[in-house]
Design a protein around this ligand. Sequence first.
Ligand SMILES: [Zn+2]
Length: 222
Amino acid sequence: MSTFSSNAQQAQQSTSKINSATTPLQQSTSLKNDTRTTLIGNQDIRRIYKMKKNILDRELVKEFRDISRCKSNLESYEKYYQAYVKFIIKNEFYFTDLILKKWRLDILIKIDSKDYIVSSPDLSLDKENTRLSRGKYEDIDTLAMSIRDTLWDMVTIYSGKDCPITQNDELRYIKIIYKDNSSKILLECARCGWIEDTDGNEYKEPGGKVFPVNKMEIAEYI
Ligand SMILES: [Zn+2]
């Protein structure tokens, strides 16, 4: 708290300095701008403090939970998917490039979801509110992971083949896009991260960007 009040004092001091050196018309403009900058500054300080302490902003968690509480978001998988995309983009302060890449959300928020959403996803829209209200979201990673899983559930095409490591998990199709823009369809276990090629050999080659795969792409490759 002491930080905030000293900031406010500094802001006041700097405002009076500006005022003394300007004409009356410019004075009011400077004051307005200065106040606005101070408010944003304090908000950022609070956010940074919480992030340092690894405390997830309550307002952010509330906004996240509201997505699955809002009936219009639950009208279709498309709307539900887009509600998360909007939430992530709006809260870019928390969903930094690092967090987006770490949880592959950078890809999931960029794809044209209507080309990828499957006809019967693994989640049921009318149960989403109950499912997500149970989750504990202690830090941004937990929240990002939860969103990643929800989005993937809506776009995953399963291969019909079980993971050789964690045997009750069905492998899903993914597409890797390499730096030179070439791509490859692979099979991945969402639980343990096992990846194999379409012939069933373990995949160890250098990685690229991981995309979901849509029906048309699978038809082309397999
Ligand atoms: Zn596995």
